[in-house]
Design a protein around this ligand. Structure first.
Ligand code: UFG
Length: 297
């Protein structure tokens, strides 16, 4: 079986299987994306999150160390800023999370700092993602969540293709331009480029364990985002105003100075590009990777 086949079927918690992959192929570095990511689910099922995200990561690090692969890029999240006291969020802000999912990100960040502290051969970059949206411009690769989407743009997309009747806006009494929450939406292609920049940075002999925000530095409200998607798709998104979602922050957006200066990376795409590419994916694949109406994937 090829390495890519092995990897596709692999659960990081299966140490023997992971070990076989590293024995078969020498890796220069690892980008660690694997993890459960639904905030609400993590509140109800924390042990699944601790097991999958934390145990999986510990085993990955053990196997990497055993094979002498000590370069890592890790997908962290802006969730580690909690409800920030001010914006933009800089990498030096105090860290705090409000749910088990966020806790796993924070614990893994701390694990990485300890790992580097114990052995300076470890070169680690922690990337704090803000709100990734959009799709690959080809229309062949996009987000396809199982069940009812938790996140704004996958939900809007499913309303646009007629799979869901209306979007509930979680709170319109925030102190923002139109009362709705403000986030830093970033095109997935810019996010992917941020990982390439991080991999390059790992070759810098001075790098230890560093953290970078991946965002655009711009805040966009929920209603502004919905309007941009309506424009891109030509579809009306019916709205209903709901209560605030527990745990949601009011305004979160990134300071991008550190990534621009040290990674030589800057997001290129605006919310109109994000909505255009997401609609291209959605209109070509209204049921994601599955067949029409198949919700069992
Ligand atoms: N929202 C709605 N209706 C919905 C879904 C979301 O109004 O149906 C609003 C939210 O209240 C929030 C905004 O849209 O104001 C963005 O919500 P998302 O769920 O899309 O994103 P979050 O900012 O809550 O969460 C994202 C990631 C998490 C990560 C977090 C860090 O999805 O994984 O950012 O801040 F933890």
């Amino acid at each position: 079986m090829s390495v890519s086949q092995l990897v596709r079927q692999l659960d990081l918690r299966n140490k023997d299987a992971l070990d076989k992959v590293f024995a078969k192929q020498k890796f220069d570095a690892v980008i660690h994306f694997a993890g459960l990511k639904a905030v609400g689910e993590s509140v109800h099922k924390p042990l699944i999150y601790f097991d999958n995200n934390l145990i999986g990561t510990i085993i990955l690090f053990q196997v990497m160390a055993a094979h002498g692969c000590k370069k890592l890029v890790f997908s962290s999240s802006a969730t580690v800023y909690g409800w920030p006291k001010e914006v933009p969020c800089t990498e030096e802000f105090p860290l705090k999370t409000t749910n088990p999912y966020g806790r796993t990100k924070l614990i893994i960040e701390e694990m990485c700092r300890d790992l580097h502290g114990s052995d300076s051969d470890w070169k680690i970059i922690l990337l704090r993602y803000f709100n990734p949206v959009g799709a690959h411009p080809s229309g062949f690769i996009g987000e396809d969540p199982r069940g009812i989407p938790n996140n704004l743009m996958p939900f809007v997309q499913q309303v646009a293709v007629g799979r869901l009747p209306a979007l509930t806006v979680f709170g319109n009494d925030y102190k923002t331009c139109d009362g709705t929450g403000v986030r830093d939406f970033i095109h997935v292609v810019d996010l992917a480029d941020g990982h390439i920049a991080a991999l390059r940075k790992l070759d810098d002999p001075k790098i230890g364990c560093e953290v970078y925000n991946l965002g655009t530095g711009k805040g966009t409200s929920v209603l502004e985002m919905v309007k941009a998607f309506e424009k891109a798709s030509g579809k009306k998104i019916p709205l209903s105003m709901g209560d605030r979602r527990p745990g949601d922050a009011e305004i979160v957006y990134a300071s991008t100075n550190k990534a621009e200066k040290e990674l030589n990376w800057k997001a290129k795409h605006d919310i109109h590009d994000m909505c255009r590419d997401q609609w291209n994916w959605a209109s070509k694949n209204p049921y994601g990777y599955g067949k029409s109406g198949d919700s069992s994937k």
